[in-house]
Design a protein around this ligand. Structure first.
Ligand code: ZN
Length: 313
């Protein structure tokens, strides 16, 4: 991945790419096409089956049960987080995401297939400058012992602590911390898959969730251990996946972040509460044009133009 210095301009895809898969919750087959989009478009979902558009924005998150859903005028787009993480990690600002159904395909349950699609399409630099959202004051949300917070940081860093009271989870490292001045999304995070306890699967399926879930698109865990023949992709795959989810949810801010994310047991609901709180806190962030954030000297200083967006925009 390119460093911040090469990230001063917005980017889209070099060409259209597509994939076909099933939704992990719906079990429905869907075709996804990622297409280049104009400057300042952002990430926009297009439901070609019902001719509707839903923007990937924090204010449009309508459901966070087991996945992040955005909805506009009653039209939903479900399980967006792994694609959003890949777009964030690969620094794609503008993309048109066409879908033939309401849920994105799970593919292998990680962001790696989306990264591969983006690499196949190529990253195309655009003329418009990138805008970064710079955290200037810590914000934090908490519920039932879970916490998520954002802090000022000269760059982008993220850490997560995965705590779940199960003997199999307890065998693996619970904490992961990455500073993206050195870490690379594609190399260090994109491969981490969704996971779940088999004992909880039937309850979720009774609620119409996880209908497409299998060992092809998730790590399955029973009382004895990991059910997938090849085991985990890395020791701390669970913590890394939760961090991947958070990075996808954070990209609903609508632009890249300059700050440090800290998650403790948090999930999609808290991640969304956190970014809504940030956007509602005019004194907790600034939007900074990319050239100002790319030089390390400017990261610490207050030089350069500043402007504000309306809360909840
Ligand atoms: Zn996930």
């Amino acid at each position: 991945m390119e460093g911040l210095a090469e990230m001063s301009n917005q980017a889209t895809l070099g060409r259209s790419v597509h994939a076909i898969g099933i939704g992990v919750h719906s079990g429905q087959k869907v075709r996804i096409a990622l297409r280049p989009a104009e400057e300042n478009t952002g990430v926009v979902f297009v439901r070609v089956d019902c001719d509707a558009v839903v923007h990937a924005r924090a204010a449009l998150v309508s459901d966070t049960t087991l996945a992040t859903t955005v909805a506009d005028n009653g039209v939903k787009v479900v399980t967006i987080e792994h694609l959003m993480a890949a777009l964030s990690g690969m620094a794609i600002d503008n993309v048109r995401v066409e879908l033939t159904g309401e849920e994105l395909p799970a593919l292998d349950g990680s962001s790696a297939p989306f990264v591969e699609l983006i690499l196949a399409a190529g990253r195309k630099r655009q003329a418009a400058p990138r805008t970064y959202l710079k955290v200037t004051k810590s914000v934090s949300v908490e519920k039932d012992g879970a916490r998520a917070s954002l802090h000022p940081f000269a760059g982008f860093a993220a850490e997560y602590t995965f705590v779940a009271d199960h003997p199999v989870y307890n065998r693996f490292p619970k904490h992961v911390a990455l500073d993206f001045s050195e870490a690379e999304f594609a190399r260090d995070l994109s491969f981490a898959r969704s996971f779940g306890l088999v004992e909880e699967l039937s309850a979720a399926q009774k609620l119409g969730r996880c209908l497409g879930s299998s060992l092809e698109n998730a790590v399955g865990i029973d009382a004895q251990g990991i059910l997938n023949a090849d085991g985990l992709r890395c020791e701390d795959e669970f913590a890394r996946h939760k961090l991947l989810d958070a990075i996808g949810d954070l990209y609903l801010l609508g632009c890249p972040l300059l700050g440090r994310f800290v998650g403790f047991k948090s999930g999609h609901a808290l991640n969304n509460q956190l970014i809504r709180l940030l956007l509602d806190s005019n004194d907790a962030y600034e939007l900074v044009p990319a050239p100002e954030v790319c030089a390390p000297a400017d990261l610490a200083g207050n030089s350069g133009p500043r402007f504000q967006i309306a809360p909840g925009d």
